[in-house]
Design a protein around this ligand. Sequence first.
Ligand SMILES: Nc1ncnc2c1ncn2[C@@H]1O[C@H](COP(=O)(O)OP(=O)(O)O)[C@@H](O)[C@H]1O
Ligand SMILES: NC(=O)OP(=O)(O)O
Length: 314
Amino acid sequence: MENSKTIVIALGGNAILMPGQKGTAEEQMENVNKTCVQVAQMVKKGMRVVITHGNGPQVGNILIQNGSATERVPAMPLYICGAQSQGLIGYMIQQQLVNKFQEMGIEKSVVTLVTQMVVDKEDAAFKNPSKPIGLFYSKEYAQKAMDEKGEYWIEDSGRGWRKVVPSPEPIRIVEIDCILNLINNGSIVIANGGGGIPVIENEGKYKGIEAVIDKDFGGAKLALYVNADAFMILTDVPKVYINYKKPEQKPLDEVSVDEIERLQKEGHFKAGSMGPKVEACRRFVTAGGKRAIITSLDTALEALEGKAGTRIVK
Ligand SMILES: Nc1ncnc2c1ncn2[C@@H]1O[C@H](COP(=O)(O)OP(=O)(O)O)[C@@H](O)[C@H]1O
Ligand SMILES: NC(=O)OP(=O)(O)O
């Protein structure tokens, strides 16, 4: 193989359903298509690509759609909504990628794997909801939901208000052996969507728990399991910035783990958005990963060549 590097790509939920868009199936397919063009080019170059994705906007929308549940058509718990979102997003990526492969004469099978992630039921996150899901709303809308339904909401990076839910630490991917077998057999695998469906384990038995795992943390775990040469987080900004949205805003190109830790301490990366991405990259590189990259969907290939994005290295 010309270049058998393994690349794990984590695709942001907001990059699939962009803020300001309605989120129709066509819009999400179109956004996914942009990444699939890049992924297909990587595969053509001989790279082994493993794809994971976020589900924040989608799982929030599924929850709202559940709001029209009746006694005869019951609402589903959040972890089932998470499983649904893996199917919905996996389907879009899988179809777009297969179509691209067909156009480019690439003979590879693509598979989406419903993936469970073990979490600790005592994780402090269950008492402190922090993961934004769903669309962006006004402060008034959020206040009403907090007052009337007892929900938790936060302002998300100057883009509006979003509902937040518990987001425990990912511990272990239940289906990791299947994922590794599929990769080793040459398949392009889409796995661990939404950070994995959160489950707790009791004497070898698994059970879903109400939460949404951060896909960046879940993706870093996946990248370490598959011994990835690069862990790429694709989102809706081309680079990570310091002093984000301030007059002195400055993009980061290549940064060492030590430097990123210093910038984290200075509070440059917002919780619930860029914070977890930077932290996931830091964890990947600190645990022995070679490099982690944060960039936008359409600059993935350039970023791998060191010409775009923010690259975090030892
Ligand atoms: N320091 C920063 N640099 C760049 N983007 C930032 C920063 N802090 C917060 N953000 C926000 O992070 C967003 C990406 O995070 P998020 O919405 O969680 O993406 P995704 O759903 O793609 O994972 C950007 O759109 C931007 O508004
Ligand atoms: N689960 C998750 O982290 O989703 P987003 O990437 O959409 O926030």
